[in-house]
Design a protein around this ligand. Structure first.
Ligand code: UT7
Length: 330
């Protein structure tokens, strides 16, 4: 069966930078608390009128440029996103239109922080089976417009940022490419990290009473998420290694979802790796949910951290709970 290969990578973030000091002016928090608990120093937030699709199109154009292909070569668009511009349809449809892709199929995957790997896995299957030849896979999010930026919401609002990353998948003609993907979920934990409204369970989906109660804001049991994350990340990385008969010595770089620097440090400790084997850019972007892995991949390439023939592993954990890994030979 043919293998899929990443032939172009790009990312984009909003221009507006929000530092921890800026947050100190909005709520009762401190640069010291945020840096010591999360490693985050600043994040990018959209400005009025800027949506997830705007970031997705910029990231996609960058990936297309790197792959040196015309958008019309794309025959499938898969977007991992929790935060489509509108309740429906999805970002994929907007992207498909903005790229002038005629009637090419496009859709969104809602798998929170694992969504990019889920989307990558779908693109991989389409290439493997020969149903597509050029797939645009995107992770794109605008979380900032959902946050409670008062002191009450500080446990969540200091963590998240906006951004997008994109890759082009095409068939590989050698032994490089996506070696495996492993996807998991455990829906019993859904309320440990969730956003209740607007929702189709309610009529109307969002009422003034719900707004007054703050039910439109994402909520998280941080400790429970942390506890599960530091177990599932190493587990799904090991799963990728075993499936490909590789050991950690064969892996030059692990790109984990950027949720919290302390989670990455814990993963490194559990795997017995030094931190330079795990990519981190959370200090600049915060947690950008489904966008964090492709943004990190894009920066890892720019920083020359990945070379031809290298084996790398992408790994994610997030709301759902969902978790996933992808092993890639570059
Ligand atoms: O993308 C995947 C999803 N997210 C994650 O993976 C996040 C996983 N969880 C975490 O990263 C951590 O649990 C957090 C960073 C969210 C929180 O860190 P923590 O060490 O678990 O802190 P905590 O929630 O136990 O709160 C400790 C204290 C509390 O005060 P008291 O009760 O000890 O007086 C909070 O009220 O810190 C307080 N606190 C803050 N203080 C200043 C919570 N948020 C803030 C804040 N600024 N922004």
């Amino acid at each position: 069966m043919r293998r899929a290969k990443i032939t172009g990578v790009g990312h984009a973030v909003p221009e507006r930078v929000i530092t921890n000091r800026d947050l100190e002016k909005m709520m009762d928090t401190s640069n010291e608390w945020i840096v010591s608990r999360t490693g985050i120093e600043e994040r990018h937030w959209v400005t009025e009128g800027e949506g997830t699709s705007d970031l997705a199109i910029r990231a996609s154009r960058n990936a297309l440029h790197q792959a040196e292909i015309d958008p019309r070569e794309i025959d499938l668009v898969v977007v991992g996103s929790l935060t489509s511009d509108y309740f429906f349809p999805g970002v994929g449809n907007q992207l498909q239109d903005k790229l002038g892709l005629d009637t090419v199929p496009s859709f969104d995957i809602k798998a929170a922080c694992s969504a990019f790997i889920y989307a990558l896995s779908i693109g991989d299957q389409f290439i493997k089976t020969g149903q597509a030849n050029t797939v645009l896979v995107v992770g794109a999010e605008v979380q900032s417009t959902a946050l409670d930026i008062s002191t009450e919401g500080r446990d969540m609002s200091v963590l998240f940022g906006d951004g997008a990353g994109a890759v082009i998948l095409q068939p590989s003609n050698d032994d490089t490419g996506i070696l495996s993907t492993h996807l998991h979920s455990e829906g019993k934990y859904l309320k440990e990290l969730w956003c209740e409204a607007p929702a189709s369970r309610f009529n109307p989906r969002l009422s003034p009473e719900m707004l007054a109660e703050g039910r439109q804001y994402p909520k998280m049991n941080g400790r429970e998420v942390f506890r599960n994350a530091v177990t599932r990340f190493p587990e799904v990385i090991q799963e990728a290694l075993e499936a490909n008969h590789l050991t950690l010595d064969d892996i030059s770089l692990i790109i984990p979802h950027q949720a919290n620097l302390r989670i990455s440090q814990m993963i490194a400790k559990k795997l017995g790796l030094s931190m330079d084997r795990l990519f981190s850019n959370i200090h600049k972007y915060g947690n950008t949910t489904g966008a964090s892995i492709p943004i990190a991949l894009s920066e890892a390439l720019t920083e020359d951290r990945i070379h031809s023939g290298d084996n790398i592993i992408l790994a994610a954990f997030g709301s759902g709970f969902t978790w996933a890994s992808a092993a890639i030979r570059w």
